[in-house]
Design a protein around this ligand. Structure first.
Ligand code: HEC
Ligand code: HEC
Length: 394
């Protein structure tokens, strides 16, 4: 039985921001131009400043954590193979770190879309106790207002110094840097958009047919005539992690709604409480249709960013494909929850089709991330290491 919608949306009224399109270089094959907000245009020095801020470990309570700790270039801007991220003092959060690659295209940020853009997103991890662990932005501002290199850059980029520099300039710089972390030109792009019929293997070409056909993947992981971001930017309940909250759903949901009314910090709540995390998009909108729903992730470079899903609970791409094949579960005897997306249903794929689909997903890796330490199913050593690394309580 479906529960009634609460009716009242908790979603804050979004402030309209105008967007421009990056003018400088054309985007890589398979991607559209990068959208850039008109109040934070791209600028080389600002990007350089953002790069430095993104990598600065001093912006954490114990000096060990920067954005790059969980979004490392060498790991395709994730913390693979961790199922859930570890911040200051090795404290574990509740969610798997999505890549920052191509996050510039997202219509909202985080698995539950709780922030609208890169600027607002970047302020959150700094103050989350299981990430950078700072109580407020003061330690960051003290550093950027006094460190000679930062002083010079903030003056050049924003014309500001001393107390004129606020966290807003910090957030804008980080976002500008992130808008340069763009990658396409994968074997799939060269095949599909570049007209190079040899760019993908025969198996990957058959896998593409499954992806757009019997597998129905493309209905959420979008491919268009001109580009492919592999996301509909919407939120769906696939069933991942939902059994944790399904039994006491009504109580948990109303307890959270009450806490939210009293001013609970949602960013902290979802990353420090496993149950709250599993409420998914509901925690942001208060709508029952969003319960247990998470944002469709783009699939580029997915072969090098294991494990998968918002809780990192699926270890390999073979496991992901099996999960979809059985209609959103790894075991046919597992029940399906009442809120699961109608788009998820058993697929009846043959073993060959499943293999082809995995081959296709492996053809989405951009050249600059190809050599990275991803899990390949041809590499049993790495796969074992990842299993061993998994948090036994998950
Ligand atoms: C301790 C690990 C950790 C640190 C440090 C960290 N992140 Fe993240 N990041 C995550 C996790 C986990 C998520 C997903 C959280 C969620 O969805 O609730 C995330 C989400 C994101 C997203 C959203 C991507 C998407 O597809 O929705 C962006 C962008 C991002 N982080 C950038 C940053 C920036 C910038 C910093 C530094 C200011 C940073 N992160 C610091 C772990 C981390
Ligand atoms: C109804 C929409 C929908 C359909 C259909 C769908 N997906 Fe997804 N996909 C999602 C959502 C939403 C997530 C994240 C779910 C979560 O974490 O709870 C996801 C996650 C994934 C991931 C993990 C990515 C990561 O970075 O963790 C992979 C891989 C994937 N899907 C591949 C596929 C394939 C292959 C198919 C077809 C067999 C498919 N998807 C069909 C919506 C969909």
């Amino acid at each position: 039985m479906k529960l009634k919608s609460y009716g009242i949306s908790l979603l804050a009224v979004a402030v309209a921001v105008s967007w421009a399109v990056a003018r400088e270089s054309s985007p890589p094959l398979g991607l559209p131009p990068v959208p850039v907000p008109v109040n934070n245009l791209q600028d080389n020095l600002k990007i350089q400043l953002g790069d430095k801020l993104f990598h600065d470990k001093r912006f954490s309570s114990d000096g060990t954590v920067s954005c790059a700790t969980c979004h490392a270039r060498a790991k395709a801007f994730t913390d693979s193979p961790l199922p859930v991220s570890e911040g200051v003092g090795k404290q574990k959060g509740t969610r798997n770190a999505p890549t920052v690659i191509n996050a510039a295209y997202n219509h909202s940020q985080f698995w539950d879309g709780r922030e609208p853009d890169l600027e607002s997103q970047s302020g959150q991890p700094l103050l989350n106790p299981v990430e950078h662990g700072l109580r407020d932005y003061t330690p960051i501002l003290n550093i950027v207002r006094t460190d000679p290199e930062y002083k010079k850059l903030f003056k050049q980029v924003f014309g500001k110094s001393g107390r004129e520099i606020t966290i807003e300039e910090v957030k804008k710089s980080i976002a500008s840097f992130e808008r340069t972390i763009i990658s396409g030109d994968s074997p799939f792009d060269r095949y599909y958009y570049g007209g190079d019929k040899k760019a993908m293997s025969e198996a990957a070409i058959r896998g593409l047919q499954v992806f757009v056909g019997q597998g129905r993947c493309v209905s959420c992981h979008t491919i268009t005539d001109t580009h492919a971001l592999f996301t509909d930017n919407r939120f769906h309940n696939l069933g991942i992690g939902f059994s944790l909250v399904d039994k006491d759903l009504k109580e948990m949901a109303s307890a959270f709604t009450d806490a939210r009314k009293k001013g609970t910090n949602v960013d902290i709540a979802v990353l420090t409480n496993k149950n709250t995390s599993e409420l998914g998009r509901f925690a942001i909108t208060g709508q029952w249709r969003d319960i247990g729903a998470f944002k469709t992730p783009g699939l580029r470079n997915v072969a090098v960013t294991a494990p998968y899903m918002h809780d990192g609970s699926l270890t390999t791409l073979d496991e992901v494909v099996e999960f979809y094949n059985l209609g959103g579960r790894l075991d046919e005897n597992e029940p399906i929850n009442n809120f699961q997306s109608g788009g998820i249903r058993p697929l009846n794929l043959s073993d060959e089709q499943k293999n082809d689909l995995v081959e296709f997903l492996q053809a989405l890796t951009s050249p600059e991330y190809k050599k990275q330490a991803g899990v390949s199913r041809l590499d049993p050593v790495t796969t074992t290491a990842i299993h061993a690394n998994r948090d036994p309580v998950l």
